[in-house]
Design a protein around this ligand. Sequence first.
Ligand code: SF4
Length: 276
Amino acid sequence: MHIRKRLFIGLMIVSFVTVLSLLLLGWYTINYQDHLWNQALIGLIGLVFLVLILIIAFGIAAMIFSIWQDRAIPQLYRWTRMATNVLFPLALVLAKVLGISSDRLKSSFIEVSNQLIKTREFNISPERIMILGPHCLQKSSCPYKITLDINNCKECGACPVDELKRLANRYGVVLTIVSGGTWARKMIMERAPQAIVAVACERDLTSGIQDIDRIPVIGVLNDRPEGPCYNTRVNLEKVEEAIRFFLYGDRQGWQIESPSSSRKVLKKTRTSKIIS
Ligand code: SF4
C-alpha cells in the first residue's frame, strides 16, 4: 500500500477509536456516577464545555458589537475571529440541511469578515499592501506568463489584469496573480505583506481568509460571466476602495447612516462598476 493511503487510513482509524473511547467513557461515567472519580470527571468535562461555550458566546457578542458600533475593540478582535472560524464549519452543515447554497453563506461570511476588518484603523505603507488575484482574471487566450512576473502583462486591455496593474502602479502597491492556494501562500511568505486585498470566488476567499488569519484581508468577489475559473472579472472600484482603506484609513465608500431608529447601519454609497 502507498504511504499516503496508509497515513489517511491510519488517521481515520485512530479518529474512530478516539470517538469510540470517548463515547464509552461517557457511558461509563454516566452509568457509574456514584463513584467519586466519575463525579469529578463529569464536573471537569462540564466545566471545559462551559468555558468553551462562554468563549464562543463572548466572541459572537464582540462581533455583533463591533459591527453595530462600527468600531473595533482590539482586545476583543481575536475572540471575534476565533468565534467565526470555529462556528463557520457548523454553519456550513446547517446551511446544507436548510437548503441554503454554500456560496450564499460564504459570501455572507466574506461580508462579515470585511466588515470586521473595516472597523479597525490602518495606515500601511503601499509596498506592504498586496493585491492577490486569481489567474482566471487573465484572458484565456493570453500567451504571457503573468503568474511568474506581473510585468509580463503587456497591458493590452483585453482583461482586468491590465487595469489592476495600472491601479497597483498608481498606488505603489504589490500586485500578484496566482494560479492557486499553494502559490498564493508562497507569495505571501515571500513578500510578507501587512494587508491583502484578495480577489477570488466564494470558496477560495473563504478558505484564504481563514488560512491567513494573522494578516488583515479584504475580500472582493470576482464576477464570472463565462462560468467559474474562466475569463473572470472584478469590480475595480471595490479593489481601489480596499487599497485606500489600508493606505489611509479612507472609508469614503462606507458611511454610517443614522436612520430614525437608534441603530446604525453601514451603507455603500458608490455605484459599482464591473471592469472587463
Ligand atoms: S491585459 Fe492583455 S497582456 Fe495583460 S494579461 Fe490580460 S490579455 Fe494578457
